[in-house]
Ligand binder design. Structure first.
Ligand SMILES: Cc1ncc(COP(=O)(O)O)c(C=O)c1O
Length: 485
């Protein structure tokens, strides 16, 4: 490993840092610091190497020394540079970050990054008022200890009411409030799956569900979804359940993440029948159920066809309202809810009361909030689909009728290479293989339409430029995105 990098060498590595297409708002020093961090993240600039003196780098880059000084200061503050007076500055990584093969490190302060790795909206305007109203409600709870393992009764009532409105009569005793849908899944797995237990999932599916399953050492089998048309192949899906008899099946029937597919009513009914016959419990993730677009009618909840407590539904506030609330829930039989609550005591005891009260206030305004979200998502989806058709016409896109993501079929097995190259010009992507188990799905890319239309159009423009570069320059060995949600 080189122990010192000279000014001209670093300048060469930095290349077009000044004019990266992703750069719009940040000052020169921040762009320079971000470019150095990018080199570190890629492994093109080793750790523990001594950077050139400020003046030397300024001369090599033909910029002012003050800019380099400010960039080095920012790198010191972010933990990417250690300096000793008179001895120089060495590259390092922040103490709390280690670079993992999945890419853990992320330049959090990069204001120019358009993050398409996370499929979630920013908070609705009603959130601040809901939080104030919740604070006013809080005194009603302050006389107690504040631990409510199944959730505060007001929220359980509101969630049960929403299920009942969807045609599935539900009592508050059948609801357990959790800290997000992901937490709900983890708790259900703790209760219902022993290590090595078989679980059937869709392919592609939600990566963090795969992570939860791996953490519980599940033996995962997959049902491949068609990219267009109905998505699930009824015969294959039911055949897999009958043959493999998995302990659990984890499915996302409403606007599946990432494909956006909606499971039709007939298959829902047959699925529950097959699961019961095979002794399989169904974990049905309803994260996107509130977000049909284009007036798409919703089939009844899968649990409507359940007569043997085979179906555990999970859902939450993150997609229609805000992920930062960390409120989700489980709908199951009352005895199952009691068992889950008992399991939870060994994990996190209960969800925060104040956050639950915020959720209660938001749910009280559900019709207007959700209608606005759907309108916003429709416009953003259309902007994304339009930009893709114009700039990347070789990609095949099935337009989803709900949810927040589309699943594009690319013009080659380039998804990971594209994601690495896109990161370099300020677009973070979740490449296809992140949604599967075995490194396949390289021909696919999930694109969320949760950002403002202008950002989506800008991102597609950058992707089109990078797509063209991939063909010309071969695949650059850059890193993968970190957080996907
Ligand atoms: C299918 C699915 N399940 C669960 C989650 C996690 O939701 P939460 O933020 O409520 O934990 C997401 C978020 O993207 C999701 O898409």
């Amino acid at each position: 490993m080189t122990s010192q990098v000279r000014g001209v060498q670093l300048a060469r590595l930095l290349g077009q840092w000044h004019a990266l297409p992703g750069r719009r708002r940040s000052p020169d020093y921040a762009a320079l610091a971000a470019a150095v961090r990018g080199l570190l993240a890629d492994g093109r600039l080793p750790l523990g190497v001594r950077l050139p003196a400020e003046r030397e780098l300024a001369d090599a880059l033909r910029i002012s020394r003050t800019t380099v000084t400010a960039a080095y200061r920012e790198l010191r503050e972010s933990g990417h540079l250690a300096s000793r007076r008179g001895a120089g500055s060495w590259t390092m990584l922040p103490g709390t970050h280690r670079v993992a093969s999945t890419g853990l490190w992320t330049p959090l302060d990069d204001r120019d990054m358009i993050d398409l790795g996370v499929a979630a909206l920013s908070a609705p305007p009603q959130l601040a008022a809901a939080a104030r109203a919740a604070a006013e409600d809080l005194p009603r709870y302050l006389g107690g200890a504040g631990y409510h393992p199944t959730g505060i009764i007001e929220l359980r009532e509101a969630v049960a009411h929403a299920y009942t409105e969807r045609g599935l009569p539900t009592s508050p005793e059948q609801i357990m409030v959790t800290s997000g849908t992901q937490h709900a899944l983890d708790l259900v797995l703790r209760l219902a799956l022993s290590p090595g237990g078989g679980v059937l999932v869709e392919s592609p599916t939600y990566p963090n569900a795969l992570a939860a399953l791996s953490a519980r050492r599940a033996r995962i089998t997959t049902h491949g979804l068609a990219t267009d048309g109905a998505g699930w192949d009824a015969d294959l899906l039911l055949g897999s359940i009958r043959q493999a008899r998995p302990k659990l099946a984890y499915l996302i029937p409403e606007f599946q993440n990432p494909t956006g597919h909606l499971m039709e009513t007939g298959l829902r009914e047959r699925l529950v029948g097959a699961a019961h016959a095979a002794g399989t419990d169904l974990v049905i993730d309803e994260s996107f159920v509130d977000l049909p677009l284009d007036d798409t009618p919703l089939p009844p909840p899968v649990a409507l066809f359940d007569r043997h407590s085979r179906v555990i539904s999970i859902g939450g506030m993150s997609k229609p309202y805000w992920g930062g609330l960390r409120i989700g829930w489980v709908r199951a039989s009352a005895p199952q809810v009691q068992r889950l609550a008992a399991a939870r005591v060994g994990v996190d005891m209960a969800s925060p009361v104040l956050d639950q009260l915020v959720a209660v206030h938001l749910l009280a305004e559900a019709p207007s909030i959700v209608a606005a979200r759907r309108a916003q998502l429709t416009a953003q989806r259309d902007a994304l689909v339009g930009a893709l058709a114009e700039r990347l016409p070789d990609w095949r896109v099935a337009v989803p009728r709900g949810g927040v993501t589309l699943w594009a079929e690319l013009d080659g097995p380039i998804s990971s290479a594209l994601a690495r190259a896109a990161e370099e010009i300020g677009v973070r992507l979740a490449p296809g293989p992140r949604f599967g188990l075995d490194g396949t799905l390289e021909r696919f890319l999930r694109l969320p339409f949760t950002l403002p239309a202008a950002d989506l159009v800008e991102a597609v423009g950058r992707l089109a430029a990078v797509r063209y570069d991939l063909d010309r320059t071969g695949r650059p060995q850059w890193r993968e995105p970190s957080v996907i949600a």
